[in-house]
Ligand binder design. Sequence first.
Ligand code: PEP
Length: 252
Amino acid sequence: MRKKIVAGNWKMNKTITEGLSLIEAIKTGAPKVQKAGVDIIVAPTYVMLSDAAKAVNGSSIKLAAQNCHQEESGAYTGEISATMIQAIGAEYIIIGHSERRQYFNETSASIAKKINVVLSKGLTPIYCNGEVKEERESGRHFEVVKRQMNDELFHLSAEEVLKVVVAYEPVWAIGTGLTASPDQAQEIHAFIRQLLTDKYGAAVAEEISILYGGSCKPDNAKEIFSKKDVDGGLIGGAALKAEDFLGIVAAF
Ligand code: PEP
């Protein structure tokens, strides 16, 4: 049975003190809303990962980093490796977020390498893909997502891909207040699962969690999560307030 997941991407928000209070509030509220089989993940900034690892220890909350470098170590000033993240105790790393693609020139080649390095450390990549507004408006979203999956994910073996979480995030819906309708989300999640089936077979594809991301809020999460191929959400803005984030967790 594939996992249901609600993951909060905090982006460049929260000081360590603020972030630790948010974790405390999520820890306090989670037992009231978290159903069996639903994982909660938080992805704070690198600077508080170590404190966050201690704070979530022994709770039902799991820890992710927001990015890593594609090399294991070396002369890459300012960068952080998957090895360092693993040593801290995080279990997940978000890879290929659209903001990394847009503002930090991440390419399909670097994303593919990052996925490899994350897996080589025994961690789980939360692999993001999705189309921009013009691509959706010109009906090219299926083609775009297919190309991304081919170039960034499909070099993996079946055994490796089973360790990946996919997050479909239409770029036009991220931080904009626009959301894919539940039917739009289901349509493309089913397409992604079909691509996985074509490449790896149905038994593998059925085990892979596919999250939706893009202005997911407590008031729209229930309907989106009710769709057959939507296994949860990658949450940006609404992950910054415990009440909103827990409201989304409660939507399952
Ligand atoms: C995200 O950045 O992954 C995201 C989904 O952001 P938001 O929920 O703010 O649209």
